[in-house]
Design a protein around this ligand. Structure first.
Ligand code: 5GP
Ligand code: ZN
Length: 151
């Protein structure tokens, strides 16, 4: 896709520090890492949202991300790793070519997810949300089913 920074990286038009490439995915080091070693795994085909990525590619992204996480533990003596994906601007997605973050973690790395824990007011409130989500949940391989609803 024209004007997509990650498509340009895949095409070699913008330099990147590549860790891995196959027929479906490309992995390279993040230019502004959360921790040192922070890597991105992206589909070679342009998709804005992870929701439209075909199953084989989505599966490969997760597999490569997990294996890179293991490589970070063994090679960088990381104590663990985060796999993170922001889908949509409100979720923090800045580059609109879907990407999986692989972030090596050390006990003393000084980084904390800004995680909070709410409580459902009651069971009925929780059930209502469950119903609303399941109304639209489809395990389909047809990407058109996964596209964003019309505004
Ligand atoms: P997002 O916030 O969209 O989930 O993550 C985008 C990521 O892409 C950020 O972590 C940012 O540092 C990284 N990034 C943006 N532009 C480039 C680039 O040109 N090269 C590399 N290697 N990473 C980039
Ligand atoms: Zn792209």
């Amino acid at each position: 896709m024209r004007n997509c920074i990650f498509c340009k990286i895949i095409a070699g038009e913008i330099p990147s520090v590549k860790l891995y490439e196959d027929d479906l995915v490309y992995a390279f080091m993040d230019i502004a890492p959360i921790t040192f070693g922070h890597t991105l795994v992206i589909p070679k085909e342009h998709h804005t949202s992870v929701a439209t990525i075909p199953e084989a590619t989505a599966g490969r992204m997760f597999l490569v991300g997990s294996r890179l996480g293991v490589a970070m533990k063994r090679g960088l003596a990381a104590d663990g790793f985060n796999l993170h994906l922001s889908d949509g601007t409100v979720a923090g997605q800045v580059v609109m070519h879907a990407h999986l973050h692989v972030v090596p973690r050390w006990t003393d790395d000084g980084f904390h997810w800004n995680w909070r824990q709410l409580k459902y007011e009651n069971e009925a409130a929780r059930e209502e949300l469950k119903k609303k989500m399941l109304e639209y949940f489809r395990l389909t391989k047809d990407a058109s089913e996964a596209e964003e609803p019309e505004a």
